[in-house]
Design a protein around this ligand. Structure first.
Ligand code: NI
Length: 138
C-alpha cells in the first residue's frame, strides 16, 4: 500500500447525513473506508469500459435444464471462449432449475461478449455479469 494522503472534502450536510446513514446500514465503521470503496468501485467500472483492459468477474446464470439443447448451447459458448473461463460451479437448485456461476477473466470486450451471449441464450431465466478486479491496481 502506498502512503496515506489526507484530504478535506466539502459536502452538503444533508447529503453527508444520508451517506452516513447509508454506510452505517452497510456495516462501515468509518467514512474513510466507505469513500475508498466508492473510489475503487468507480475505477473498476472505468476499467471495464476499456475494451482491452484485463478484467476479472463472475457470470451467474439460472436456467431450466429441461429446455431442449440449452445445456449444450451454454457449454459450446464456454468452449468457444475457454481462455476466458477459469472455473464453473453448477448447483441443481431443484428438479428443474440450475444455477451456474462462471469465474471469467480476460480482456473486457471478450468477457462482456461471452457474458452477453450466455445471458441472452433462450431458456436462461436470469443472468448477471458481476464485474470486479484482480486487485492489482487498487
Ligand atoms: Ni443442474
Amino acid at each position: 500500500m502506498s502512503e496515506l494522503s489526507r484530504i478535506g472534502v466539502a459536502i452538503d450536510s444533508d447529503l453527508l447525513e444520508k451517506f452516513d446513514g447509508h454506510i452505517a446500514k452497510r456495516g462501515y465503521t468509518n467514512r474513510s473506508e466507505a469513500f475508498r470503496d466508492l473510489i475503487r468501485d468507480e475505477l473498476v467500472q472505468k476499467n471495464w469500459e476499456l475494451p482491452d483492459s484485463p478484467v476479472v468477474g463472475t457470470v451467474t446464470l439460472v436456467y431450466d435444464h429441461h429446455v431442449r439443447l440449452l445445456n449444450e448451447k451454454l457449454t459450446d459458448l464456454q468452449h468457444e471462449s475457454f481462455h476466458n473461463v477459469l472455473s464453473t460451479l453448477h448447483i441443481h437448485l431443484d428438479h428443474d432449475n440450475c444455477l451456474e456461476v462462471l469465474v471469467v477473466r480476460g480482456k473486457a470486450a471478450a468477457v462482456k461478449k461471452l457474458a452477453d451471449a450466455l445471458i441472452s441464450t433462450k431458456g436462461v431465466k436470469h443472468g448477471r455479469l458481476t464485474i470486479t478486479s484482480s486487485g492489482v491496481d487498487l
